[in-house]
Write a protein that binds this ligand. Structure first.
Ligand SMILES: Cc1cc2nc3c(=O)[nH]c(=O)nc-3n(C[C@H](O)[C@H](O)[C@H](O)COP(=O)(O)OP(=O)(O)OC[C@H]3O[C@@H](n4cnc5c(N)ncnc54)[C@H](O)[C@@H]3O)c2cc1C
Length: 748
């Protein structure tokens, strides 16, 4: 066959195919790890389903569990976007500045070459390895061939692995296959459907809408499909079965478009609830690229299943985590409006998806030895996939795939050949890059901070400020309270009684292994129990006497049982490291509930538990876990605040890594436009004690990122300090971690 296309070839250490959030994070982390990396993407903009072409808002584990927001490259991208974007994070709202934030991030990496508009359609395999991938680039009449040492399939549909002969699955496994309690008796082959989104805008004057003749007609409101909010929508305009979500993509696009325009016609012209409100609204953007939820899932070295989720996913090769609900949809979608679009027999409301580890083995193939997976094609049963398939989670797992690729290249091995020591080194590298790994803490032998003692100019006492709002006690409520080495004398709770008689409240304490240990309350077995009486029509602090000086230090759930007319007030700000819970529908839930900013109840603790001391920055964990893991300076003391590392013998220090608090109980969806987390340190300096004086090594103003790395020519010192002079809103300085490194290795 003759072709007039220009033929070009390039060779890379890592070739990533697919520039969704998983592929982008994989490419950035591989490039930062020193690998010459290509990111080959068949669209003009990055982000996949999250891009302005499709406009799905990225979500992750933090939506269902407080302090469970994924961090690392994906979080960096989200904070960068929120700091500069004028639009909210909502279905249909992703815009050009978001695309640009992703493009900028790729352009910023000197080891990363971006090939946009390049569709991979050929995969060469030899001796059980991918040798090259090839495809056409739109707009320049060029056919590219990319050779590489390692390949990462981040194409969503798993196009590289499938073409290379990696085994894959489509559809739902039967219960007998993996022993998953939520799996059906019989397997099926259909998948979640595709969707098209839209965005609408208020023009400020009446505007008509006449649908095309081919639009669907919805004379009445489709049940279970709320459309009161119509600035952007709707995930539930979903169609798949009986069509094939890949091969029938064009037909589905036409059908989806007919549904989108039909729904807009309903909102504008037919719906009694919206047509007046929508009179001045017009469609501003209509998706033409269907978002695809599901197609192939590879069968890799380990298939992560619901059983792993139930067990907490503590693997020796954990490289990331998930924590979204098991989110299945009905196969009919818009074809059967009587059915709810969400498949509610298999979701979070029935059982609690605690953040669970994901192993490296779920990210690589066995048949093809130099291929890693990033994104929804990873090796998971369909139930586990339905929890892992959200983009903040997949972004963090993509980050792990990229870092794993870079580690393999440095070690000169393939993913399956990594030794236990090399896997531990990979985990330590991921922690260093701010990827959270359940059950793994910083043990980096190069981190000089681990050999230092730490002190601070001040420490915040445990204190909460009651909000006006709260939650009634028709069902029990609970709040994590940290207890220090001096035990527990009293707790104070801020209650409002609306009753006309005195109310008796029962208080219990349960030992919690960590901030996510809701099962501790479910298991029962309180360590202490007492009662208080709340006088009628009163609002204020109530003291609960415990008199437990020997109570071991750690986290406890303080549970209150009372009556509906007694309200436990929330705090004005979420208390770091101290989630709250409520009992509803036969189980405990974090409060107020998914998709919100997680809140805490107003509580005081005597004696002060010293929950935010400077030693917290050296626990090796950079979010709440078995403790708060957070240093806070005393908000009553003026900034500046200092945190100092001291070594007995001088050290050569060439770089520092800081992890600030940005409140991981606040998910990206509720970060408004132009957002800087108020908790985040904004202005600071790093100084070293040299020749009897503090010498400034770097100064930063205007920071809004959680993780910052600074390097300088090596200095010889016994003391290094962080001096915080300003935050983005709050009066205290907060820090999860400080690391210090000598001249070797430089790293990032
Ligand atoms: C309508 C809808 C609503 C959803 N709701 C949410 C939500 O609210 N929050 C959330 O987080 N997730 C949501 N999801 C799920 C989420 O969007 C997907 O699971 C996720 O996008 C998968 O990420 P990925 O990187 O694997 O794939 P994608 O985001 O699809 O990215 C893969 C990219 O690879 C490119 N590609 C494919 N083949 C090739 C090739 N041959 N050559 C080069 N490039 C190629 C594709 O163009 C694509 O852009 C939703 C999905 C849909 C469709």
């Amino acid at each position: 066959m003759s072709t007039f296309l220009a033929e070009r070839h390039d060779s890379f250490a890592v070739v990533v195919v697919g520039g969704g959030l998983a592929g982008l994070c994989a490419a950035i982390s591989a490039a930062r790890g020193g690998a010459r990396t290509a990111l080959v993407h068949n669209r003009p903009v990055l982000g996949g389903n999250a891009s302005s072409e499709i406009r799905v808002p990225p979500a992750g584990a933090g939506y269902h569990t407080p302090f469970a927001m994924e961090t690392g490259v994906i979080y960096e991208l989200l904070l960068e976007d929120r700091a500069h974007n004028h639009d909210p994070v909502e279905t249909g709202m992703a815009n050009g500045p978001w695309d640009l934030a992703l493009y900028n991030a790729a352009r910023a990496e000197r080891n990363l070459t971006l090939f946009l508009n390049t569709h991979i359609e050929e995969v060469e395999v030899a001796d059980g390895r991918v040798v090259a991938v090839s495809g056409c680039q739109l707009g320049n009449e060029t056919r590219w061939r990319f050779t590489g040492d390692l390949f990462i399939d981040a194409s969503g549909d798993g196009i590289v692995g499938a073409a290379a002969g990696v085994r894959y699955r489509v559809g739902q496994e039967a219960r007998s296959e993996y022993g998953e309690s939520f799996a059906p008796e019989e397997s099926w082959t259909h998948t979640l459907g595709n969707s098209l989104h839209f965005r609408a805008r208020d023009l400020g004057h009446p505007v008509d809408f006449t649908p095309p003749s081919w639009a669907k007609r919805f004379d009445t409101c489709p049940p279970h499909r709320p459309h009161q909010y119509f600035a952007g929508g709707y995930w539930w305009i979903e169609l798949g079965w009986p069509r094939h979500t890949v091969h029938d993509n064009e037909v589905l696009r036409d059908e989806l478009l007919a549904h989108v325009l039909g729904m807009w016609d309903h909102i504008k012209n037919r719906c009694p609830d919206t047509r007046e409100k929508a009179r001045t609204w017009a469609l501003d953007w209509i998706g033409m690229v269907p978002g695809r939820r599901e197609s192939r899932r590879f069968v890799g070295a380990h298939v992560i299943t619901q059983r792993d989720i139930d067990a907490g996913g503590l693997f020796p090769d954990t490289i990331g985590f998930g924590g979204w609900e098991i989110d299945d949809h009905t196969k009919e979608g818009m074809r059967d409006l009587a059915k709810k679009p969400s498949f509610e027999s298999v979701n979070h409301w029935l059982f609690f998806v605690r953040p669970f580890g994901v192993p490296l083995r779920s990210l690589y193939a066995t048949e093809v030895r130099n291929l890693l997976f990033a994104g929804r094609c990873l090796s998971a049963s369909r139930l586990a996939f339905n929890s892992l398939r959200v983009m903040v989670t997949l972004g963090a797992l993509g980050h792990a795939a990229g870092t794993a690729a870079a580690c393999c290249l440095r070690a000169g091995v393939l993913p399956a050949e990594l030794s236990p020591d090399q896997i531990q080194a990979l985990q330590q590298q991921l922690l260093r890059e701010d990827v959270f790994l359940p059950g793994v803490r910083n043990q980096d032998p190069d981190d000089l901070a681990r050999t230092a003692t730490v002190s601070a100019s001040s420490t915040a006492p445990f204190a909460t400020v009651p909000d006006e709002a709260g939650m009634g006690l028709p069902a029990p409520l609970a709040q994590i309270v940290p207890v220090g080495t001096a035990g527990l004398a009293t707790t104070q709770v801020f209650l409002e009684s609306r009753a006309s008689e005195a109310r008796e409240i029962t208080a219990r304490l349960y030992r919690a292994a960590n901030v996510w240990d809701l099962p501790a309350i479910e298991r029962g077995g309180s360590v202490a129990k007492t009662k208080i009486v709340v006088e009628p029509k009163t609002t204020g602090w109530q003291t609960i006497a415990w008199n437990l000086p020997e109570l071991p230090a750690g986290l406890y759930w303080l549970r209150l049982d009372g009556q509906a007319d007694v309200v436990w007030h929330y705090t004005t700000e979420t208390t770091p490291g101290c989630p709250a819970a409520r009992f509803a529908n036969e189980r405990w839930w974090f409060t107020p509930g998914p998709f919100t900013r997680w809140r805490t109840f107003a509580v005081g603790i005597t004696p002060d538990p010293v929950a935010y001391g400077p030693e917290q920055v050296l626990t090796g964990v950079t979010r709440p876990g078995e403790g708060t893991n957070l240093w806070r300076s005393d908000p009553a003391a003026e900034l500046s605040a200092e945190l100092t590392l001291t070594w007995e013998e001088p050290r050569q220090v060439a770089s520092v890594q800081l992890v600030f608090d940005t409140d991981l109980s606040r998910v990206n969806r509720i970060m408004p436009p132009f957002f800087h987390a108020p908790e985040c340190v904004r202005d600071y300096a790093v100084q070293a004690w040299i020749d009897g004086a503090w010498q400034t090594l770097c100064t930063v103003t205007g920071n809004y990122q959680r993780r910052r790395v600074h390097a300088w020519a090596p200095v010889h010192t016994t003391r290094l300090r962080l001096v915080v002079t300003g935050t983005n809103g709050i009066p205290d300085a907060r820090l999860y971690e400080i690391r210090a490194y000598g001249p070797q290795p430089a790293g990032d």
